[in-house]
Design a protein around this ligand. Structure first.
Ligand code: MN
Length: 202
């Protein structure tokens, strides 16, 4: 069963002005579609065919570049679209709010720490908020399309929030101003979805 590009759940222009429509369209319909196609091509006829993407990533042979890059790209973007929303975003609350305050002191300090992880990722990659069993949370970042589910990356737990800091995610609108893009991300986070993922992961 081949992987399919997930639908966005909102229009390409729905996150304007924070995420511009042209970037969203290219990012979803070209980049994410490309990772999806290449992942399918890499696993067809192998023993990975038919497994869930979480299973594939958790048991990945990291020397398998095609599955590492494209499986990561498929999973990472699938998460990314769901943690943003033009409406019904909710707000940081409940057990996740408690965990964030326990780890970082306040929501603002959490935002500062996450933003730093995203801003200081050299080259292409992702910033993550991950949840561990028991409820502890952790901010980290990974290069390229690596992902906290993969073995041996310096990042553990289950990702519950992710920010793509590849230039293709922001260059049309923000050019070299990655910090402005990171700031804009916090205007469109779907906290309801992040909390749902936290409850599931912890
Ligand atoms: Mn991307």
């Amino acid at each position: 069963m081949a992987f399919e590009l997930p639908k966005l759940g909102y229009a390409y222009d729905a996150l304007e002005p924070h995420m511009d429509a042209r970037t969203m369209e290219i990012h979803h319909s070209k980049h994410h579609q490309g990772y999806t196609n290449n992942l399918n091509n890499a696993i067809v006829g192998t023993d990975l065919d038919g497994k869930s993407i979480e299973d594939i990533l958790a048991n990945l042979d990291m020397s398998n570049g095609a599955v590492r890059n494209n499986g990561g790209g498929f999973y990472n973007h699938s998460l990314f679209w769901t943690v943003m929303n033009p409406e019904d975003r909710g707000y940081l609350s409940g057990e996740l709010k408690n965990a964030i305050e326990a780890a970082y002191g306040s929501k603002d300090e959490f935002i500062a720490a996450f933003s730093k992880a995203a801003a200081t990722r050299f080259g292409s990659g992702w910033a993550w908020l991950c949840a561990h069993k028991g409820g502890k949370i952790e901010i980290c970042s990974t290069p390229n399309q690596d992902n906290p589910l993969m073995p041996g990356v310096s990042c553990g737990g289950t990702p519950i929030l992710g920010l793509d800091v590849w230039e293709h995610a922001y260059y049309l609108n923000y050019q070299n101003r990655r910090p402005d893009y990171i700031k804009a991300f916090f205007n469109v986070i779907n906290w309801n979805e992040v909390e749902r993922r936290y409850a599931e992961a912890k």
